[in-house]
Design a binder for this molecule. Structure first.
Ligand code: AMP
Ligand code: ZN
Length: 463
């Protein structure tokens, strides 16, 4: 077990790799952001001041992480007949709409790659100055042989991978693990966004944005960096190489947190091959976004999680019973003399905290919350207070369950109002205005206003 110790007491600098905004996030991507959210919430509840930085990748991400394939943004823009920046805006907004619906707290700082090109160039210049780069075929590369620690994160065995052993290895690379820092003589003649740089007009490689923006906003050394496990062998490995090469081998990140994948029974979910599940799709199928959040909390972030509709249905039912439980507790708390003995809730809190401290064990934390909610020996008001405190981390919106107004007008209620409106119309027709006024006044006292218009009478609630 490793004990978390931030660089500065009471403060945490956290960088989580953000989305590449060429398409909607799929529910696998959203798993990564729920994990980041749990981490941030847990640290904040434990008293840390967390500076959470997230990037938006709107340039430079090729379909292969290793400088191969098409540019994801350019391809998506061409397919949809829009500009790259329009595509970026569309999917960035969609991303935050998803994360808001999942009750994910927005990062302290969100930064777009295209707005930080100068920072990337400056960081590359430091690497170049320290002797880590070479130019070939018009591009600027990072030379991994200059970096004795390269691949440490992923425990890469560099000799396993000989040049030419893989498909489509860039002929200009001295070593297949070398990677592009700056593209100029691009393989993409139609590259939409290009900038001037000391190496010519072009655009940055993908990995450099995370190094540049994290160093800018969190400093040359910071506490935690997160992303999906797919980022270990290439993206994060290269981020470390770049950052430490630029800063003179100062250890860059203290702790790495990698989430395992959400998988479908059919296998991997991929944003580029299409046919993936979005949050909206789950909503269209009748699920609340928080049903999905609940589903995710049921798996430990370092374990693969298999998505299934049955599993989601189970989460939906469990969340519904939990919210029922909260309402029942609140009702009991409101009635004098209905509670159990005011008992110590401390052991639930301790077990809950321990579960989170133990590498963010959300399934166990959720079980503790349930244990408390079900424990009739605890005074309801005290139980509720602790449930809400636990939910500061789990983010299931439990507090707002009590703020919710009665469910929207149900059919029976609507029929009743329509019936009274019809009755009033009939009274008016029969010139029985006293009865008509009586019916209107009666509804008003129930909080319903009638409005007579050319199309008939409509009604609305008094707000
Ligand atoms: P991208 O937008 O493709 O750059 O990915 C956004 C985040 O989602 C990254 O942290 C990925 O590692 C992560 N990710 C991608 N696919 C999955 C998946 N199926 N399950 C969990 N995380 C994923
Ligand atoms: Zn990154």
């Amino acid at each position: 077990m490793e004990v978390f110790q931030p660089r500065e007491a009471g403060k945490v600098g956290f960088y989580g790799c953000g989305p590449t905004v060429y398409n909607y996030a799929h529910i696998g991507n959203l798993r990564a952001y729920v994990v980041h959210d749990i981490l941030v919430r847990a640290l904040r509840r434990a008293g840390y001041e967390v500076n959470h930085v997230m990037n938006i990748t709107d340039v430079g991400h090729l379909s292969g992480d290793n400088d191969e394939g098409d540019d994801k943004m350019v391809k998506s823009a061409a397919e949809r007949g829009k500009s790259v920046l329009e595509i970026a805006e569309l999917y960035t907004n969609a991303f935050f709409s998803d994360t808001d619906r999942l009750n994910i707290v927005r990062p302290t700082m969100v930064c777009k790659a295209t707005e930080h090109i100068a920072d990337m160039i400056a960081l590359i210049q430091r690497m170049a100055h320290n002797g880590y780069t070479y130019s070939a075929g018009g591009n600027l590369y990072f030379d991994i042989t200059k970096d004795s620690g390269y691949g440490g994160l992923a425990l890469l065995r560099l000799d396993d991978l000989k040049a030419g052993a893989r498909t489509a290895v860039d002929e200009h690379k001295k070593n297949p693990h070398d990677f592009v820092l700056w593209f100029t003589k691009s393989k993409f003649e139609n590259q939409a966004l290009v900038w001037d740089s000391p190496w010519g007009r072009g655009y940055p490689g993908w990995h450099i944005e995370c190094s540049a923006m994290s160093v800018k906003y969190l400093g040359e050394q910071f506490d935690i960096h997160a992303g999906g496990i797919d980022h270990i062998p290439i993206h994060h490995t290269n981020e470390i190489a770049q950052s430490e090469a630029a800063t003179g081998k100062k250890p860059w990140v203290r702790y790495w947190l990698h989430n395992e994948f959400l998988v479908l029974d059919k296998g991997k979910m991929s944003k580029s091959t299409g046919g993936f599940l979005t949050l909206q799709k789950l909503v269209d199928e009748g699920y609340h976004p928080l049903d999905y959040r609940y589903f995710l909390l049921g798996g430990h972030y370092r374990s693969q999680l298999q998505f299934s509709w049955d599993g989601l249905e189970g989460a939906k039912n469990a969340r519904a019973s939990l919210t029922d439980k909260i309402r029942a507790l609140a009702e009991k708390a409101g009635r004098a003399g209905q509670g159990g003995a005011a008992q110590d809730t401390a052991h639930y809190v301790q077990a809950f905290n321990k579960a989170l401290e133990d590498d963010l064990n959300t399934p166990r934390a959720l079980a503790e919350l349930w244990g408390l909610a079900r424990d009739n020996s605890i005074e309801p008001q005290a139980a509720l207070a602790v449930v809400f405190d636990m939910d500061e981390v789990l983010g299931l919106g439990l507090r707002s369950v009590l703020d919710e107004k009665k469910p929207p007008e149900d059919e029976a209620f609507k029929r009743e109002i329509e019936g009274i409106i019809a009755e009033r119309a009939a009274a008016k027709q029969a010139k029985d205005f006293a009865q008509a006024d009586y019916l209107r006044q009666n509804l008003k006292e129930r909080g319903i206003i009638l409005e007579d218009g050319p199309g008939g009478t409509s009604w609305r609630r008094i707000l």
